[in-house]
Design a protein around this ligand. Structure first.
Ligand code: HEM
Length: 213
């Protein structure tokens, strides 16, 4: 009975409430972003942070268990649902980001002549590659592909997962590092969302690196 328990719903509910709540606190309550920007700009930040944390759980729970940390069966059973939900939240993040992507909204990503800066280009390329890799990972759960042992073996291998995680990490590092080093400029005194995401990435990456066979 205990083996059938699945903690996906509470993990997703708590993580998304934390992430969206953090974005509201940082930008609307402690910052001065008008509430009219909540449905798209600020919700997008909460969605991307929540998805990032959920995907970090998905990648880290198995390796954490192997390293001897106390991970319950209900959390291990949640991994597939976490992977698929994280991917769907990232899909929403990508669609919203495509629509918002302009110098008026993201001045720091653009040069004065309206072209992308080099750093923003690397960050966005890594985001798109991470998205495609996550898509590939989700495809590997489709039964008709499961018969292709070589493809499944590669896509669920440690080497592939480490790269998938790394691309998400590069996306947030290149987008955020200049702001991370300037605490005086942090909105409402709270660490940037990209930095919070990076902390989860660093923990998930380390567990995956050492705990996966
Ligand atoms: C098609 C792919 C993607 C595009 C076009 C994209 C675009 C963007 C943009 C424009 C931002 C800045 C948002 C803001 O500051 O309001 C951003 C932030 C972010 N993205 Fe992505 N992204 C993509 C994929 C991903 C993936 C795959 C992940 C996670 C694995 C991810 C996680 C994040 C996180 C955590 C932030 C930080 C939000 C912040 O600091 O405000 N993104 N992305």
């Amino acid at each position: 009975m205990q083996d059938k328990q699945n903690a996906a719903a509470p993990i997703i509910a708590v993580t998304m409430s934390f992430a969206i709540g953090y974005a509201i606190l940082r930008y609307h309550i402690l910052g001065d972003v008008p509430w009219k920007d909540f449905p798209f700009l600020i919700l997008n930040k909460g969605l991307s942070l929540g998805a990032f944390i959920i995907l970090s759980f998905n990648f880290a729970l198995g390796p954490a268990k192997k390293l001897g940390l106390p991970v319950s069966p209900a959390w291990l059973n949640a991994r597939k649902a976490l992977g698929m939900s994280g991917f769907l939240f990232i899909l929403m993040h990508a669609l919203i980001s495509f629509m918002l992507f302009s110098p008026a909204v993201f001045g720091k990503f653009f040069e004065e002549d309206g072209t992308l800066t080099g750093v923003a280009g690397i960050s966005m390329l890594a985001g798109i590659l991470a998205f495609v890799v996550l898509w590939g990972l989700n495809l590997s759960f489709q039964t008709y592909l499961r018969e292709d042992k070589a493809f499944i073996g590669f896509i669920t291998s440690r080497k592939f997962l480490i790269w998938a995680l790394l691309l998400g990490g590069i996306h947030v590092i290149f987008m955020g590092y200049s702001g991370w080093l300037n605490p005086a400029g942090w909105n409402g005194g709270l660490p940037p969302i990209s930095l919070v995401a990076f902390v989860f990435f660093a923990i998930g990456y380390t567990l995956n690196l050492f705990g996966r066979e």
